[in-house]
Design a protein around this ligand. Structure first.
Ligand SMILES: NC(=O)c1ccc[n+]([C@@H]2O[C@H](COP(=O)([O-])OP(=O)(O)OC[C@H]3O[C@@H](n4cnc5c(N)ncnc54)[C@H](OP(=O)(O)O)[C@@H]3O)[C@@H](O)[C@H]2O)c1
Length: 251
């Protein structure tokens, strides 16, 4: 099995890479900063410096991962940009990076994956969105709006790629204990409800991909909380989510 993970240099992406390497699969990961990859002894791991916003770099990374035109069995897009933008402004640079990585990067990953898979008439593509993307309310953060777009972009590709035997799995995690989440929260995750460790998240994600699930939301308690909130009128949701954001920021 050949598995390529965009955004595999740290966090959820690297944990998924480890999961597939331990199964003896061939794994390629890309990211912008390869020095983030922990020291390891994996023989089957190939690493590529590539930004998902740079289509040529992404194509060349996957080509180099499969030098003899082997099948691309699974492409996972974990590349994502997030900042703590609840109840506060984020900088223009952060907003631009978030929009480019989460939206343009998502489209680029789908395009690259489908081009490599279409003649095979098989393959699996997965993308990491976020549980926050299932809620539709006016005052949601830019991050939430980009992840809502990720869910919708994935829906469009799922429909388009089905005739080619290619499945699309959208992953909507709640809070996962990664270094990035810790860095953004001064190492204090006490206000992140239903926080899950990255290894458990990896098991859930890989199983959903294996079963070609269309869409998964986890942890289960977070799923039911968000589904209940989604039933509320947008105006009430705005107030609840604003208060939650203020509480999280100790405002
Ligand atoms: N942790 C959570 O609580 C949580 C919850 C819901 C959803 N998510 C989503 O899960 C994904 C992974 O998050 P994480 O917590 O594991 O954070 P992370 O460790 O920062 O992982 C993000 C990965 O994406 C790569 N990346 C970022 N921008 C990129 C770009 N333009 N081109 C290529 N690679 C890029 C990063 O590598 P480089 O820096 O080397 O480029 C890194 O490997 C993100 O999409 C995030 O939105 C996370």
């Amino acid at each position: 099995m050949n598995v390529f993970i965009a955004g595999g240099t740290s966090g959820i992406g690297y944990s998924l890479a480890q999961h597939y390497l331990e199964k003896d699969f061939q794994v390629g990961v890309c990211g912008r900063d390869l020095t983030k990859i922990p020291q390891n002894n994996y023989q089957n791991l190939k690493t590529f410096e590539a930004d998902v916003c740079d289509m040529d770099a992404l194509v060349s990374a996957v080509k180099n991962f499969l030098p003899n035109k082997e099948n691309l069995d699974l492409f996972i897009n974990c590349a994502g940009s997030y900042a703590e933008d609840v109840a506060r402004n984020i900088s223009y640079e952060e907003a631009e990076e978030m929009l480019r990585t989460n939206i343009l990067g998502t489209v680029n990953c789908f395009e690259v994956a489908r081009n490599f898979m279409k003649d095979q008439k098989s393959g699996k593509i997965a993308v990491i969105a976020s549980v926050s993307g299932i809620l539709d309310y006016e005052n949601s953060s830019l991050y939430t709006k980009t992840k809502r777009s990720v869910i919708q972009i994935a829906d469009a590709y799922r429909r388009a790629l089905k005739p080619f035997g290619i499945s699309v799995t959208t992953i909507a995690p709640g809070y996962i204990d990664t270094q990035k989440l810790r860095d953004l929260n001064h190492n204090d995750l006490s206000k992140k409800p239903f926080l899950m460790d990255v290894k458990s998240a990896t098991e859930i994600i890989s199983q959903a991909i294996e079963e070609r699930k269309k869409f998964i939301i986890f942890p289960r308690k977070m799923k039911w909380m968000m589904k209940s909130l989604a039933l509320l009128p947008s105006s009430l949701l705005n107030i609840i989510m604003f208060k939650k954001a203020k509480w999280m920021k100790n405002d």
